[in-house]
Design a protein around this ligand. Structure first.
Ligand SMILES: [Zn+2]
Length: 155
């Protein structure tokens, strides 16, 4: 898991923009497409040329569950891709939080002092690429997504 490259950011950006314009368009026809795709296992290729059929189907069925929220997530993700978000695109903010908290506690007595050129490697904050390919607007890593969803069920 590493920081997304510029090329990857450009790719996610174009996927996000396509998804956003699709979402803001006719969601009704998209629901039809998704249902038809699941019935016939037909190829749905108007959304993401680079994706697989499963990708498109999962994306569409998922977003129909909560269009408004998905639009917001995509907009936020686009902000992050453009460097205007609350955190860096592709990173999990809760992992960043843990990382910051960990730094203060770090340094047990007697530990060897090691010079590190890349301190960011200490705790992984980058969301796995496989997850971003599937859900470019993912806010959290899988672990923290589960925590979030549990919190929401309680609320
Ligand atoms: Zn996380």
């Amino acid at each position: 898991m590493t920081k997304p490259t510029k090329a990857e950011l450009a790719k996610y950006k174009s996927i996000l923009e396509k998804q956003l314009s699709s979402l803001r368009g006719d969601v009704g026809s998209m629901r039809d497409e998704a249902l038809r795709a699941s019935e016939q296992d037909a190829s749905v290729d108007h959304l993401a040329d680079q994706g697989t059929d499963n990708y498109d189907q999962g994306f569409m069925l998922g977003l129909i569950e909560n269009e408004e929220e998905t639009i917001k997530h995509i907009e936020d993700a686009l902000d992050r891709v453009n460097g205007k978000g609350e955190w860096e695109f592709g990173a999990c903010p809760l992992c960043i939080e843990e990382n910051d908290g960990g730094k203060k506690k770090a340094g047990p007595a007697g530990a060897k002092e090691v010079k590190k050129q890349k301190p960011a490697k200490v705790v992984e904050v980058w969301i796995p690429k496989a997850r971003l390919e599937y859900l470019p607007w993912a806010r959290f890593c899988v672990r923290h997504q589960e925590v979030e969803e549990r919190n929401r069920e309680i609320a």
